[in-house]
Design a protein. Structure first.
Length: 238
């Protein structure tokens, strides 16, 4: 085992590698499947929220903000407590993704008014990162190498930024910002994956899926805010 102790440090999680038992390999693959389900649920919630003026008004106010904060803290705890109950645990995980998307409705609504293409750009670069890292995890076999995952993820980020530019003409600065956001996303996912694999009692995919979703959700929000500012729209919401 290289670079993975029980208390692995930051750089260890980005530069180490480790052999995977059949059980651990299966768990991390299941983790990424549930992670993908959470992302789809968030996309559905974001679409429903952003196309409903009632949702936008509610979550733009202080009552909506408090409701979102309570749900986004309580629902993951329910998922964790029910991680050995496939039905309840996965249901809570899906609801966490859905409510996360709904809570973004004011930002998505604003982005759709100011620069609708930026929603697709932020989704695009986040999606390329997700596909790249997921493809590596699903084909990694019995060994996980953080550097290899980083290289594959960064390759997908660069390709994604170039493809986005060919369709959306985001320019050189847009490409650089997209690659930077993608690199941040890759590091976040690889770091979180390393943390999941280094946990001795990781016997359920649900905690890891929650961790990965939180990372990619924050990446998407950051990407959308940065791209809105790049287009001159700005944003007063995080």
């Amino acid at each position: 085992m290289n670079g993975y102790q029980q208390e692995a440090g930051f750089w260890d999680k980005l530069t180490g590698s480790m052999p995977l038992s059949a059980t651990r390999s299966a768990v991390i693959k299941q983790t990424y499947v549930l992670f993908g389900v959470s992302v789809l649920a968030a996309m559905a919630g974001g679409y429903i929220g952003a196309t409903s003026e009632t949702m936008v008004r509610f979550f733009s106010g202080w009552m909506g903000w408090i409701a979102a904060m309570v749900l986004l803290n309580v629902v993951p705890q329910i998922a964790m407590a029910a991680r050995h109950n496939p039905v309840l645990g996965v249901s809570a995980l899906v609801f966490d993704g859905f409510i996360s998307g709904v809570a973004l409705s004011p930002l998505l609504y604003y982005a759709n008014l100011v620069a609708p293409n930026m929603i697709f750009a932020a989704l695009g670069i986040t999606g390329f990162v997700f596909l790249g890292v997921t493809a590596y995890i699903m084909t990694s076999g019995r060994t996980f190498s953080a550097p290899k995952g980083l290289m594959i993820g960064l390759f997908f980020s660069i390709m994604g930024a170039m493809i986005l530019n060919s369709f959306m003409h985001i320019g050189v600065l847009g490409i650089l910002i997209s690659v930077g956001i993608g690199a941040m996303g890759v590091c976040t996912l690889i770091y979180s994956t390393s943390g999941v694999l280094a946990t001795p009692d990781a016997d359920s995919p649900i905690p890891g899926a929650l961790m990965l979703f939180a990372g990619v959700f924050n990446i998407f929000v950051a990407a959308l805010n940065i791209m809105l500012r790049l287009m001159g729209g700005g944003s007063n919401r995080d």
